[in-house]
Design a protein around this ligand. Structure first.
Ligand code: PXG
Length: 298
């Protein structure tokens, strides 16, 4: 594997950051996780845009343009001959002193890793997963806003550990008010009477790219989608529930805190969205190499 670090490619074992990088010392930085399907990068512009939005929110000036970042990412995929894979894009505050002050960090570091994805076990896609709510609440929107995809993932990691202790793969995180925010690395949706509901960003959710795709796919079919505050009661009484994320794609949920959701099997709305999502990944995305131009009709 060849890893991009600040404009150069390194072998895996030579790809390193300084122990003085504030990304390591303080989790000061931002990142993205992006999928490649059939040699096309899925929703690349949306991921690049979110990366720069996260960086702006923490006053981190990424030392290259979005266009240059896009090209570096595509080149990393080409160097690694990626067909289907997962790209981790990381921008750290860079090398600084042992104090918190980011002003001492001269230049942010850009790291691009193109490799394989770790997926949930296939049985969970077929039969649905069980999840639980955990005691660790989601970060406050006015503390570290969960909309920022920062390198500071301890909030999520603590919730993940609590899910692991409970013997499940994902955790539902509530916000300090007790409303559902999201899971540790996935957004959450429920279906009730043919309508789709997902928590609003203000409840402490990440503006998930997959979440956005699912909302579009649903609306295209005339399924109403809204973003109200949701409680555990709403989840327990849903007809269907599923999670969305770049890694997970769309995964059905059939049990929450011991309560069976709907029929206890992945529901029809969920299965329909899964099918449409897969269809989209087969045809859309930014090609790793410019495609030969086709004749235009307009
Ligand atoms: N919520 C959170 C907190 C996330 O980190 C999502 C939702 C889904 O967003 P996208 O844009 O992917 O649809 C994420 C992103 C992992 C892992 O290893 C997962 C994410 C990021 C990094 C690592 O599980 N998910």
């Amino acid at each position: 594997m060849r890893v991009y670090v600040d404009g150069k490619f390194y072998r895996e074992r030579d790809a390193k950051v300084s122990v003085f990088d504030h990304g390591l010392l303080y989790g000061d930085g931002v990142f993205e996780g992006i999928r490649v399907y059939h040699q096309r990068v899925f929703k690349l512009d949306e991921h690049i845009e979110r990366l720069y939005a996260s960086a702006r929110a923490i006053l981190l000036e990424i030392p290259m343009t979005p266009a240059a970042m896009t090209e570096a990412l595509l080149e990393t995929c080409r160097q690694n001959r990626i067909r289907d894979g997962y790209i981790r894009l990381v921008v750290t505050r860079g090398i600084g002193t042992l104090g918190l002050n980011p002003n001492r960090c001269r230049r942010p570091s850009v790291i691009i890793i193109a490799g394989k994805i770790q997926l949930y076990p296939p049985e969970l896609y077929q039969h649905g997963m069980q999840i639980v709510t955990v005691p660790t609440t989601r970060n406050l929107v006015n503390a570290v806003n969960p909309a920022i995809k920062s390198l500071n993932y301890l909030n999520n990691i603590l919730a993940k550990i609590e899910a692991n202790i409970a013997g499940v793969e994902e955790a539902i995180m509530l916000n300090a008010e007790g409303f559902v925010a999201e899971c540790t690395g996935d957004n959450l949706f429920i279906v009730k009477r043919g309508q789709l509901f997902t928590p609003p960003l203000a409840a402490g959710a990440l503006y998930g790219i997959t979440r956005g795709v699912v909302i579009d796919l649903a609306r295209e079919q005339g399924i109403p989608v809204s973003e109200p505050n949701l409680t555990r009661y709403d989840l327990f009484n849903a007809d269907e529930c599923f999670l969305t994320g770049t890694g997970a794609e769309i995964i059905p949920v059939v049990k929450i805190d011991g309560r069976t959701i709907g029929s206890g099997d992945p529901g029809p709305v969920t299965c329909n969205l899964v099918e449409r999502y897969h269809a989209l990944t087969r045809v859309s995305g930014t090609p790793l190499r410019p495609e030969p131009r086709t004749a235009r009709t307009t």
